[in-house]
Design a protein around this ligand. Structure first.
Ligand SMILES: [Fe+2]
Length: 412
């Protein structure tokens, strides 16, 4: 029997029991309120207004006292107070979920990594070394990882190569590296694309930004972890890459152009040789010059800087033309703009961007929201939410295997 696991399970049972107790208190309070309010009728078939008001006030006090009892038990166990319980465990505990001992939130264990390299075997040994106090063993692994040769920019790692072959992405990798953009097809069935387009239209014109899209619409969450897209993203922004932002847009005739720019613009210039940021536009409608396609300057990623003021107004671009049901992808250094839409109708696009694991994301998600998404979508979601590395976590470097994994992944 795994004793530690048993204790963890019991902690989870207790955490949920507090929520159940709080609900029982609230329901009992409501029945008490009804009972006490009706009590004057026992003695008098037509009680006076004063008697009824007094009975209602007493019942209300009983309801508040019982809710406070439930909240008090929560406070006694977890150190914070809520007067009313909510329907779901996650909602009840959101906001105090940094993983500390005094919080009610108990994060579920992360799914095991399946896309593994030889360095993952080294990382897996670290837990045992730390618990045994073997500092020399830990430093030995650290040194092996930090001295590993990094994958040169534009190359495909040994671990990734089988997936690139499986999805037939060799040409896309070449185009993305040499031209700074590419288009991938056959990522999802037509029914999925119809659902995605309807969801974007529901989210509204000109579009919705922010993490709420992922939580609200499964079709959006599924796009962020599409296996074919993830393979291309790993080629461009490295192993262990993370999600930076998710947004929807609807483009109509007359909508303003965004102007020539590159996406990783908040990074110092010159940009490094490795790409840091990747944008994937899920085209739910055809991309043509007339429909307002994204336009790019092929090869501009090699300049490793954003366009200057003269270049913004004078540089020629070419449209990324593709059929609805394709993803237009570009490097974070590629200069791009969009064409004016000159035809009627809506152009619906889902924009998903990824970044190297050491970059900060454009959007962050509450830990409880991340846990819910990871429970629902498993390992790929845990990766794009950055859960396998130690960066930007309450425990910092104390998350020892996450610390070593960040070093290992940054080499490939
Ligand atoms: Fe952009």
């Amino acid at each position: 029997m795994d004793f530690m696991k048993m204790i963890e399970d019991w902690q989870r049972v207790v955490a949920r029991s507090v929520l159940v107790f709080h609900h029982v208190c609230a329901v009992t309070g409501v029945f008490t309120l009804l009972g006490v309010t009706a009590a004057p009728y026992i003695w008098d078939p037509s009680p006076g207004g004063t008697a009824l008001a007094s009975a209602f006030a007493t019942g209300l006090l009983c309801l508040l006292a019982l809710c406070a009892l439930g909240g008090g038990v929560r406070y006694a166990v977890y150190g914070d107070f809520k007067l009313l319980p909510t329907r779901k465990f996650r909602d009840y505990f959101s906001g105090e979920d940094d993983g500390g001992e005094t919080t009610a939130h108990i994060a579920p264990p992360l799914p095991a990594r399946t896309h593994r390299g030889s360095d993952d075997d080294l990382v897996d040994r670290v837990g045992e070394l730390i618990s045994g106090g073997d500092t020399d063993g830990f430093m030995d692994i650290f040194n092996q990882l930090q001295s590993r040769e990094a994958l040169p920019p534009g190359e495909i790692s040994e671990e990734l190569a089988p997936r690139i072959r499986e999805f037939g992405l060799e040409r896309n990798c070449e185009e993305l590296w040499e031209q700074g953009y590419t288009v991938i097809e056959d990522v999802a069935p037509p029914a999925y694309w119809r659902d995605l387009r309807a969801t974007i239209l529901k989210a509204g014109h000109p579009g919705a930004m922010g993490s709420s899209l992922m939580q609200r619409y499964p079709v959006v969450a599924e796009a962020t972890i599409n296996p074919k897209m993830m393979a291309l993203a790993e080629f461009s922004v490295g192993a262990g890459f993370i999600l930076s932002n998710v947004a929807s847009s609807i483009r109509r005739k007359g909508d303003r152009n965004i102007g020539l720019h590159c996406d990783q613009v908040w990074h110092p210039v010159p940009f490094p040789q490795h790409n840091l940021f990747l944008t994937a536009c899920w085209a739910c409608d055809d991309f043509t010059l007339e429909s307002g396609a994204t336009t790019v300057v092929p090869g501009s990623a090699a300049k490793r800087r954003p366009p200057n003021l003269d270049e913004i107004g004078s540089t020629a671009t070419v449209p990324i033309e593709c059929k609805a049901g394709s993803i237009a992808v570009w490097d974070g250094r590629t200069w791009h703009d969009n064409a004016s839409r000159t035809i009627d109708g809506d152009r619906a696009v889902l924009h998903v961007s990824y970044t190297r694991l050491m970059m900060r994301q454009m959007e962050v998600y509450a830990r409880s929201v991340q846990d819910r998404l990871v429970e629902q979508y498993g390992e790929p979601m845990a990766q794009v939410l950055g859960r396998y590395d130690f960066l930007a976590k309450p425990e910092g470097k104390a998350y020892a295997d996450g610390f070593l994994r960040a070093i290992a992944y940054s080499r490939r």
